[in-house]
Write a protein that binds this ligand. Structure first.
Ligand code: SAM
Length: 274
């Protein structure tokens, strides 16, 4: 397939990286370890051809035309097993096809499902690190610090089990076709395994209305006197906003409200609401 003749398919979020210097900077930022790489959306293989020289790669590509192109371009690597290419929707095959060994995710992600993919990789205990290109706003939500306006449930979920930082900012001109948004490369390095589903439900409640107080948001799910005791135990004001609370304090508030660590065990389903 001649790349000049490739027509990018919007429905698959195709924006191909044409700036070789950006590709090389991503490769340089890859974690130094022996983990296999999972690449989601290799596209024309511009990133793949560098990574596969350094590490074994398992790549998932949904577009059948691109898959045929990759099979031809990487014939030798596929024969030796250096590249395992899976043609299909990664979200449909994650549980059955993704690696059963430690891996790092390195990818210029399709932006329409980037958040979903990062959350799945965070929950997947085999995934150790991620170096992913996403829309800049999305990268900021995962990596924001407490007090910043983008600090939300995604930041807390991520920073409960990993460190997250933006390592590169990429302008639209680096892609063909150029996307309508700025992009950024996000590095997430896991330090622990995922917390429970209930913790994520708790966070959803905490950030329901980001401009309201944490107290008000939580009172849709928990008894007001319990919230007052939990916030008081941590010296948090009742007027504090959700984005002003640190990740470690969220864990403490959660433990008090859901596990009753101050006074008696509560039903994790939240029967104490209101
Ligand atoms: N890695 C290439 C690059 O940097 O030039 C292409 C990146 S492009 C932003 C996203 C790629 O993800 C496209 O190749 C697209 O076909 C693929 N893709 C989109 N949805 C997918 C899905 N559900 N499963 C696997 N691949 C997908």
């Amino acid at each position: 397939m001649n790349r000049e003749r490739v027509i990018a398919k919007k429905r698959f979020g195709q924006n191909f990286l044409k700036d070789e210097s950006v590709v090389l900077r991503i490769v340089e930022a890859m974690p130094h370890n022996t983990n296999r790489i999972v690449e989601i959306g290799p596209g024309l293989g511009d990133l793949t051809k560098h990574i596969v020289n350094i590490k074994g790669v398992s790549a998932f590509e949904v577009d059948t035309d691109l898959c045929r192109h990759l099979e031809r371009s990487f014939k030798d690597e596929i024969t030796t097993g250096r590249l395992v290419l899976k043609c299909g929707d990664v979200l449909e095959s994650w549980e059955s096809e993704l690696l059963n060994e430690q891996y790092d995710l390195v990818a210029n992600l399709p932006y329409y499902i980037a958040t979903k993919i990062i959350l799945k990789a965070l929950a997947d205990t085999h995934c150790r690190n991620m170096l992913v290109m996403v829309q800049r706003e999305v990268a900021e939500k995962f990596s924001a610090s407490p007090g910043e306006k983008n600090f939300g449930a995604l930041s807390v979920i991520t920073q409960s089990v990993a460190t997250a930082e933006i390592v590169l900012q990429i302008p639209p001109e680096a892609f063909e076709p150029p996307p309508k948004v700025d992009s950024a490369v996000l590095l997430i390095q896991k330090t622990a395994d995922r917390k429970s589903d209930v913790f994520e439900i708790f966070l959803k409640a905490a950030f329901t209305q980001p401009r309201k107080t944490l107290y008000k948001n939580l009172s849709a799910r928990y008894a007001k006197e319990d919230i007052e005791k939990a916030l008081g135990a941590l010296d948090l004001s009742l007027s504090i906003r959700p984005h002003q609370v640190r990740t470690s304090d969220y864990h403490q508030v959660y433990n008090i409200l859901e596990k009753g660590s101050l006074y008696g065990r509560r039903d994790p389903g939240g029967s104490s609401a209101k």
